[in-house]
Design a protein around this ligand. Sequence first.
Ligand code: NAD
Length: 434
Amino acid sequence: MSDTTTTPDIFDDAIKRLDEAAQYTAIDPEALEKLKHPKIIIQVSIPVRMDDGSLRIFDGYRVRHDDTRGPGKGGIRYHQDVDLAEVKALAFWMTCKCAAVGIPFGGAKGGIVVNPKELSRLELERLSRGFIRQIADFIGPDTDVPAPDVYTNAMIMGWMMDEYSKLNGRRTPEIITGKPIPLGGSLGRNDATGRGAYYCIKEYERIKGWKPEDITVAVQGFGNAGQAVARLLHEDGYRIIAVSDSRGGIVRPEGFDVPSLIHVKNESRELRAVYCHGAFCELVQADSITNAELLELDVDILIPAALENVITTANADKIKADVVVEVANGPTTSAADKVLRDKEILVMPDILANAGGVTVSYFEWVQNKAGFYWDEADVQQRLHKIMADEFNAIYEKAAHHTIDMRTAGYAHALDRIGTAIESQGTQSYFRGDG
Ligand code: NAD
């Protein structure tokens, strides 16, 4: 089956994983059916006064996929390619992710069709506040709690929290997570997604008896999540030999000095192979590489950390990595998944590998509600326990049924979602035979 000649609807493709995983759980068919339909979808138009005085209207979406286990939870994406199918898929993945790691949230997601690089900072602020005004009746600390995603950040979360607080008539930090620390953000949220993936890799390192210095890594997408996982692996001695951003990548078989790369990327927005001593940076030798080439490098660990649908049937058979760690949401299509499985490539699925972000978002929400703030070591320790426990539960389920980790991850999530939905009664209960 191809996934490139006709682009599949990403939501339809995403929910294909449910039926396969359901074979390994006792989930009621009604509960499974419920998960194939997002609970609420809202589409809004956001008028924004641009700096030159003109008016532009932007399209925005918020989807609450399921809230049986708790308020909907999920980020807001700013990207020119955002569409409803994508937001539905991302919301569905959030439902599965929160259940996979056992935090008491459902799934939601939002997005605005915009290239944020074309907007001034003032225009971005007006757009962000405008979006919140349009969806304010639809979100809430106990109904739907947004967060950052691609091309949104802590400052944008701060504007959104402020706008919601004004509408709500009281300061409401628990409406949104990923906020700046002084506005109620949690310590440890900034690198939580990458750190969660890192804890998964560390569990696998323990199982395989890896020596970090023998392991090579390529990271596609050197943003918030990609930088954090690269930095943590580098600190342990892993060799990060390739990284990329939207404009392309660089490769260096000896490995990069990751803190220097991060420093230069965040100062200049350019990805350059450098080595920095304090404020002094010098260029080091590296070759340019396309994003497509990066995916096909002969590395031990491949980390897609940018956008979805980058591993398809067009390139899956060329992937040479032994392990794919899905820091991005949905980087692998369901058809490509089968190819990777046949090649015995271990895929740590997105609903596990990138769940560190939403886990610390949950911690942030708890801290905002309690008005009591934890130190960073406390956040990391709690995150570590959740990621290691859930990684091992999913890894053991996969081994027990001889299935891949994605199917096991979904089955693990369905165990939790299924029992929650069934607790409200299914046909067999109402018929009197359950
Ligand atoms: P980000 O905006 O900080 O970084 C994205 C990076 O990807 C940037 O470096 C950008 O240049 C690069 N990029 C964009 N288009 C690309 C392309 N076509 N090819 C290669 N690189 C490209 O975003 P982020 O928060 O790091 O999110 C990255 C991925 O991780 C997304 O799939 C997101 O849904 C997922 N994720 C993020 C979090 C989080 O807490 N930030 C949580 C869970 C999942």
